[in-house]
Design a protein around this ligand. Sequence first.
Ligand code: BV8
Length: 270
Amino acid sequence: MSETLDDAATIARVAARLAAAERIAVITGAGISAESGLRTFRGATSAELPPDMQSLWKEFDPATLATPAAFARDPAMVSKWYDCRRLGCLAATPNPGHLALAALQRLMEAKGAGLTLLTQNVDRLHQRAGSRDVVELHGTIMDWRCTQTGQHLTPSDSAFEAYPPKSPFSTEGLLRPDVVWFGEMLPEAAVELAREAAASCDVFMSVGTSAVVYPAAGFLFEAKGNGAYTVEVNLEATPASTAVDASLRGSSSVLLPAILRAAFGEGALR
Ligand code: BV8
C-alpha cells in the first residue's frame, strides 16, 4: 500500500506524538492479523488476500456462531468452527504490524515510558511477536474450558478427535473456547486495565478494527475524553474515523513500521 503525500504528513505528526509520549495505549482488531492469513470478521481486507480468505463472516454470521445460544444449540458445529480457527491461528505467523507494536513496547520501556496493548483478537499473535502483558479483551482461542467446572486446558497442536470435545474435568461437561461470546461479559480484570490505560495515556491508537463491537470500541472515546491524542490505522473508514485526531488509511503491516521508523529512526524495528 503506497503512502500518499498526506499520509506522509500524517505519519510525521503521529510519529512526533509517539516519540514524545509517556504512556501509549493501543487497541487492535482482526485487521492486524489479516496479513498473517487470518480472516477478519467484517469489512474489507487487503486485496492481496486470496478470495477464500476474505471476510470470515460472509460464510458465517456472528449471531449464529459466536454466542452461548449457538453453542447450546449446536455444540458440535460451533466447537468444530472454533477448533478449525484455532489450528489456523497456530499455523499463522506474526506479520510486520505485530512486530512493530512489540518493538514500540520495547522502545517505550527503554526510555522509562509505558505501552498498554489491548486486543480484541484471540489468536495470540501479539504474544508470539514479542509483545508482553497483552490485555485480551475477548479471551483466547488457544485455551478451552470445562462448561461445568470452568477448569482450563490448552489443547495440543492437533485437532480435537471428536466434536463437541468432552471435558476431562467433569462427567457431563464439554470443552468450549475461552473466548468472550456476544452477550457475555468481558473479563473484569481486562476491562479494568483497558479503562486505566484509556484514562492515563497520552496517545491512543486503534489498529485494524471496525470499531463496532462494544465495550471494546468505547475505549478510544474514553481516551479522547481524557485528552489523549487519538490515531486510527485501518484499511477503511469506521465509526471512529471522524472522531480521531489522525486517521491513516492503509495496511497496518505497512503503516505501523513506517510510523515507528519516522518516530525512532531506521533502527526502530530491530
Ligand atoms: C458485553 C468472539 C455485556 C471471539 C466476539 C454497548 C455496550 C456493551 C455491549 C453492547 C453495546 N452495544 C451492543 C452490545 C452487545 C455486543 C456488541 O457490541 N454488539 C455489536 C455487534 C453491536 N457486545 C457484547 O455482547 C460484548 N459483551 O458487552 O456483555 C452486555 C451484553 C449484551 C448487551 C449489553 C451488555 C461481547 C463482545 C465480544 C463478542 N465476541 N468474538 C471470536 O470469535 O473471535 S466479537 C468479534 O468482533 C471478534 O472478537 C472481534 O474481535 C470483534 C471486533 O471485530 P474486529 O476485530 O474489529 O474485526 P472486523 O473484521 O470487524 O474489522 C476488521 C477491520 O480491519 C476492518 O475495518 C478492515 O477494514 C480492517 N482491516 C483489514 N485488513 C487490514 C485492516 N486494517 C489494517 N490493515 C489491514 N491489513
